[in-house]
Design a protein. Sequence first.
Length: 282
Amino acid sequence: MPPVSPEPISPRSTRVSAARRLGKRNFRGKERLFLAEGPQAVREAAGHGDTLVELFATVEAAERYADIIGGARDAGARIHLASEDVIADISTTVTPQGLVGVCRFLDTPFEEILAARPRLVAVLAHVRDPGNAGTVLRCADAAGAEAVVLTDASVDLYNPKAVRASVGSLFHLPVAVGVPVERAVSGLRDAGVRLLAADGAGDRDLDDELDKGTMGGPTAWVFGNEAWGLPEETRALTDAVVRVPIHGKAESLNLATAAAVCLYASARAQRAAGGCRSVTGN
């Protein structure tokens, strides 16, 4: 088994410098490595094959989370004891929790997602906020989606804020990145998936779609930019543009909340007894 360093690693260690650089996108892309911070993310990484490469832990965290340290060791990760200053230097959070993991990229080729014939997919088109991207991924995981697709105009999946916002869901389901939106739509449609654009100005109402029984088939929800939604050319590629009804006085829903409503609506329809299971068109 890879050893646990008997003494805290030096702040000047090349391993510390390499981990620190992963806070920047260009270094993440070059090394195909990213940071997972905190006990939940590290636990998930340790349980995901050989994803976890290295783990930096304070003495206190190593004692408190002995099960995580054991899981990381079993996964083949090299474990370094580190001072709080070193953890703070590597971490991208204001209040580090004493554990920072270095992980291999997890993204799945889009073709593999299509080959699996998914029934529920979240497509993030032009989503730029990493916190929103991670939260939508978490919602998709909770709703039982089988995949998430990030288009080439969306935020970096491995941005530390996105990783934290996913709260471990990044390790639970296939995610394709850098897919042109036209390719995402055409590929999913060819796989028998109905494409629904989520837009507050949509001409179809989510409640009406549920009442009509058209939501039970394989579905991909396309979510757009936080500020300006989906471009007209993207909406035109989908089978329908659907709005979440606002029954109260709220002006609108934010992206993550709307995504949760839409994904759960599809999940409920797909699980309903006698639900429509073969709708792939309009």
